[in-house]
Design a protein around this ligand. Sequence first.
Ligand code: FMN
Length: 314
Amino acid sequence: MTLLNTNIGKVNLKTPVLLASGTCGIAGREFESYFNLNELGGIVTKSLSIKPRDGNPTPRVVEIPGCGILNSIGLQNPGIEYFITNELPYLAEKNATIVINVVGETLDDYASAVDLIKTKKEITAIELNLSCPNVSGGLDFSQDPKKAFSLVSEIRKITTIPIWTKLSPNVTDITEIVRACVEAGCDGVSLINTVIGLAINKWTKKPTLPRATGGYSGPAIKPIALRMIWETHKKFPKVPIIGIGGIHSTDDAIEFLLCGASCIQIGTANFVNPKTSIEIINGLKDYCEKNKLKSINEIIGQAHKEQLQAASKH
Ligand SMILES: Cc1cc2nc3c(=O)[nH]c(=O)nc-3n(C[C@H](O)[C@H](O)[C@H](O)COP(=O)(O)O)c2cc1C
């Protein structure tokens, strides 16, 4: 047990800092020259589908200066079989903690993909991407609690590997979707994926992205992510939350943990500074030492305690 050990249900992570899906290549190879991949809490792969996907037409990314980026990659990936043959052995050899992010257009797509990895010992968790806003029909599973429930319960029957469900913020009440996923047997919820946004090109007088809308990420979405983690932790304090959305610094990470996340993922910040995750790990160690914490777990959900005490006084 070290200062930064944390648990997501039965999964024990070395540190609470992981790389988010789609922001570290397919399997984090690009980060190898910056640090050892096994120093992280884990690497979440690019979303992998049963068949390879070419993705959307270009341009696929627009910078929104100071706020983040809008992307419409369209889930480009080489397919899960390619990953198993070419990338999984690499990650295992690096002794990385591996989280496989899986996506599909239909329940069968998800089930067939998970079927190929269901018994792989080197996989720590499966993150089901219920929520890609950049493909047709991609949001169906994350906006309808019944569809979310049927998908997660089907996958639960296939594998005993822990399942994290990655949810979309593009809903009215995130806790309804969380409830459905938890009742279906998931082990943690990854909050949040990107927020639907739009950019206009004043020269072409058209949307900048060919499909018009894209997924917004980066510093501007941090308050949205925190709000959804807050609501989820308040309603389901025992459900492990993997916090994602605009985390660029140790201070951001601490806010997510205080809000109720048990670990965090770094996304857009990787494009600004590829060492962000390692810098945050070091920052969290310093924070524990300065505050004489025995474990980073002592701060998880602390922000709610203050709130509950204040409420009980009125
Ligand atoms: C370029 C890009 C590609 C992404 N691709 C995926 C993906 O394949 N699967 C997925 O679940 N999330 C994907 N995401 C979402 C991120 O994992 C993360 O949830 C989101 O960007 C919010 O975190 P951030 O503000 O720290 O970037 C992608 C994000 C970006 C910016």
